[in-house]
Design a binder for this molecule. Structure first.
Ligand SMILES: C[S@@+](CC[C@H](N)C(=O)[O-])C[C@H]1O[C@@H](n2cnc3c(N)ncnc32)[C@H](O)[C@@H]1O
Length: 149
């Protein structure tokens, strides 16, 4: 089960590599799911759910999040920071309880590790320039702006 499947980029690679798995993705953003549906086709299970409230009435061997609901940021020098789209700590705890309820006894919750968020700019193939800018906020939080020009 992928938590925060987004537009299905990682799901697509995973299903290609392991076609035998029974994959299911959830996301609470309908526009992202629409893209995922176009990418993955109608045979892949995609559910419009919030990880905090989902009740899928089944259990999984593994759940993972890649830049989805939670992540680890690699700050270098073997220092990692936990990062979540869930802003309140009590919601992070609640989300873990809810995921645990969807896992088999030996089920695993897997997080990806990504680099720290930083400012950068890149020209896309269609001539559009993508840039992102990070605005630090109190309590280790930040706001990220995406700019297309
Ligand atoms: C950066 S995208 C992840 C993309 C995807 N995992 C990939 O690697 O291609 C983050 C996604 O997590 C979803 N998300 C964040 N919080 C969520 C929550 N509480 N429940 C469900 N989806 C959530 C967002 O809607 C967004 O689509």
């Amino acid at each position: 089960m992928e938590l925060g499947v987004g537009t299905g980029l990682v799901a697509e690679k995973l299903i290609k590599k392991l076609p035998e798995i029974d994959f299911l993705g959830i996301d609470f953003t309908e526009s992202m799911l629409l893209k995922a549906r176009q990418r993955l086709g109608k045979n892949v299970a995609l559910h419009h759910e919030n990880v905090l409230t989902m009740d899928l009435e089944r259990k999984f061997d593994a759940a993972f999040s890649n830049g989805g609901v939670w992540n680890f940021l690699d700050k270098g020098e073997t220092e990692y920071t936990f990062f979540s789209h869930l802003v309140k700590v009590q919601n992070i705890i609640k989300s873990f309880h809810n995921v645990a309820n969807h896992l088999n006894d030996a089920g695993k919750l897997i997080f990806s590790v990504q680099g720290v968020h930083k400012d950068y700019e890149q020209t896309l193939s269609n001539g559009i320039t993508y840039s992102q800018k990070i605005f630090p906020m109190p309590h280790d939080k930040f706001e990220k702006h995406y700019i297309f020009s």
